[in-house]
Each structure stands twice: as C-alpha cells, then as structure tokens.
Design a protein around this ligand. Structure first.
Ligand SMILES: Cc1ncc(COP(=O)(O)O)c(C=O)c1O
Length: 370
C-alpha cells in the first residue's frame, strides 16, 4: 500500500496518469448519466482523435490491447498449425494471444543491446508455416522496423507491431504503428496513457476495417437492428465503451506533453548513465526516437543495483519474466543467448512524468557511487 501514499518518498517504476479531476469529472459525469455508456459516439470521436494525434491511418478502439492483437491475428488468417515468430522479452499478453489464436509461438532471439527482436534470428526461423512476425517495441524502444518490414515483404508474411509500451515513439520520422500490416496499442492502467482498460488496432489495408469492427462486436455490424442482421462468423465482446472513450478523449489533451516528460528524462539518463563505468544504456538506432515508457540500463551488477536503488526508495526491477520461462510455454522453448545476456544484465528504472529533476539526479548520483 506504500505506493498509493501521495506523500511518500517512494518513487514507483510505473504510475497511473489521470487527467486533472476538474477536467475529467464533468465529462465523466455527463457520460455516466447520459443513458449511453456502451459503444457510441464518444468511442468514434476517440478513434478519430487518437488516429489524428498519432498519425495512424485508422484507429479501431477495443476493450484492451490483447483484444486488438487477437483481432489482428484473426484478420491475418492465423489459426491452428500456423507459426508466428515473436519475442519472449515482453509482457505475457503478446504470446498468450498467439496461443489463443491456435498458432504456435516461435521465439526468435533478441539483440542483447536493445532488448528487441534480432532480424537475423527471425529470418533463420521462417518456415513454410510462418504466417506472421509479432514485433514488440520493448519498454518504449522501437525495434528494427526496416529489417523486419523487409523480411515480411521478402517472405510474404504479415508484420504486426505490438506498440503497447511505445506510444509516441518514432522510427525514420514516422510514428510506430505505421510500419506493420497491423499494429496495436494498449491503454491498460500503467501505460503512457490509460482509459482504465482499452486498446486500439490500426492497419494498412483499410478494406479490413469493416471485418475488424464486426469481430469486436460478436460478428455484428453496429447501427443495424438486431432483427435485420445475420451473424455468419464468430465475433467477440472486444469493443470499447463510451466511459473509457471519455477518459481517453481527456487524456489526449495532454498526452504529448506527458510523453515529452518521459523522453526528457530518458535522454537525461542516456547522457548521464552512458558515462558511468559499469553501466551500458540501451543501444538506440539513429533513425529511432524512443518514448521511454520505463528506462532500461544494462549492468553486470543488476541484482545489487536493484537492491541499492530500493534502499533509497526508488523502485527498480526487471519487471517482466521472459515468457518462454513460464511452464505454459515449455513446448516452445529454445536457446536464446541474446535474451539470456540481456535479461541477466537488465535493470528498469523509473523515467516517466512523475520523476522530478531532483529524483533523476539522485538516481544518477547513486549509480555513480556504486
Ligand atoms: C507488450 C504488451 N503487449 C500487449 C499488452 C496487452 O495489453 P492489455 O493489457 O491492454 O490487454 C501489454 C499490456 O499489458 C503489453 O505490455
């Protein structure tokens, strides 16, 4: 319960960002008592503003990032017996959804300096059964999209970007989410932006949008009387509701300023930590601009650094467990030397909007003294 005390000196690794009460609550009250709390006009307004704000061709709002990813896999016609090349260095939903689709997750290795998929490893695993590559921009650092896009085109497979950690990151001057055939975003509680829970699916081929919208609502089109429509395919309860959309619309008013704070802190740490001996910072491609959801540093002393920062009230951790280590994924385990090295040396530290100048300097001084 310590982390919920606003007066605590404790610096969390992740934190919920809510718009100021006076801005959010009047709009929330309006929608809550409007009689229209399910999917409706606020959702469609949110979709349009989100797409505009992040340079996406379309935004289809969902109940979660996982739901958006599931729809992307179905639209890619992935099912039993198909293989999806993916990363183990991610939150569990990425790979859980691949299993839910009936496909086999094939874990490619990662680059031990970036934490992201290594395109050479990906290419070595492409088989006749490979239908897609799911690439995660881990911790907010864009993956090597140029090489992965090239591989997807070369082998005629689908590229799906999991942008859950990387809202606002860019690659070659373009927003992430615009390189894949599909891309998903998550608005779960602790992401850059939250709608309590929610997600967005975007896509290159807009002719798939109609099917995507049916998939998110039990296979039915909206706006047609139930007695007059025909359900011909399985669909899901994956739609966003108006209440989440109102929170999302409020969040969008400040999202770029908030992401800017993550980036300022991230660049500060890059400059400072990069110069401390015994520490390595995440290698960043010259053409990519991360959005630093959480900061990633690499050190041979990861356990003692985590403990030492904990002693001064700064929560540092490895945050995730490589997914292939879960017993569920035992059948898909393979040798991943790049991941082993990265994970052993990994330390995540807070760098979001809640990290003040004073706190970030304290972190750097503490690391220097180690
Ligand atoms: C990398 C990654 N992908 C997908 C998801 C799924 O998002 P959601 O929790 O909105 O379903 C998450 C978040 O939990 C995530 O961290």
């Amino acid at each position: 319960m310590k982390s919920t005390n606003p007066n605590s000196n404790h610096l969390p690794l992740v934190k919920v960002a809510m718009p100021p009460r006076e801005k959010l609550l009047p709009n929330l009250e309006k929608v809550l008592y409007s009689g229209m709390i399910a999917e409706g006009e606020y959702v469609y307004q949110f979709e349009s503003e989100f797409a505009g704000s992040f340079g996406l061709p379309i935004a289809i709002a969902t109940s979660s990032g996982s739901a958006a990813l599931h729809i992307a896999l179905i639209l890619s016609e992935i099912g039993n017996g198909d293989e999806v090349i993916t990363t183990s260095m991610t939150a569990e939903p990425t790979n859980m959804v691949i299993l839910q689709s009936g496909a086999t997750p094939v874990f490619a290795d990662i680059d031990c300096q970036t934490g992201n998929l290594d395109p050479d490893s990906v290419e070595s695993l492409i088989s006749e059964r490979t239908k897609a590559i799911v690439v995660v921009h881990y911790a907010g650092f864009p993956a090597n999209l140029k090489s992965l896009r090239f591989l997807a085109d070369k082998y005629g497979i689908v590229l799906i970007e999991d942008c859950a950690h990387a809202l606002g990151a860019t690659y070659n001057g373009k927003n992430i989410g615009t390189f894949g055939d599909y891309a998903i975003f998550s608005f779960q509680a602790i992401k850059h932006m939250t709608t309590v829970d929610g997600g967005v699916l975007t896509m290159r081929d807009l002719t798939k949008a109609k099917k995507a919208k049916r998939l998110r609502w039990f296979g039915m089109p909206k706006g047609v009387p139930r007695t007059k429509l025909d359900v011909s395919h399985i669909g899901f309860k994956y739609n966003m509701n108006n209440v989440s959309a109102v929170i999302g619309l409020s969040q969008l008013e400040n999202i770029h300023q908030l992401i800017k704070k993550h980036i300022e802190n991230g660049i500060f740490f890059d400059n400072e930590i990069g110069n401390i001996s015994g520490f390595e910072i995440t290698k960043i491609d010259v053409c990519s601009k991360p959005s630093y959801w959480i900061y990633t540093l690499l050190t041979d002393q990861s356990d003692s650094i985590i403990k030492c920062l904990g002693d001064i009230g700064v929560v540092a951790s490895k945050l995730h467990r490589p997914n292939h280590l879960h017993s569920l994924f035992t059948p898909y385990r393979r040798n991943l030397p790049g991941l082993d090295s990265y994970y052993k040396r990994l330390v995540h530290i807070p760098c979001g909007w809640w990290v003040s100048q004073e706190k970030r300097e304290l972190i750097v001084e503490t690391l220097k003294s180690m």
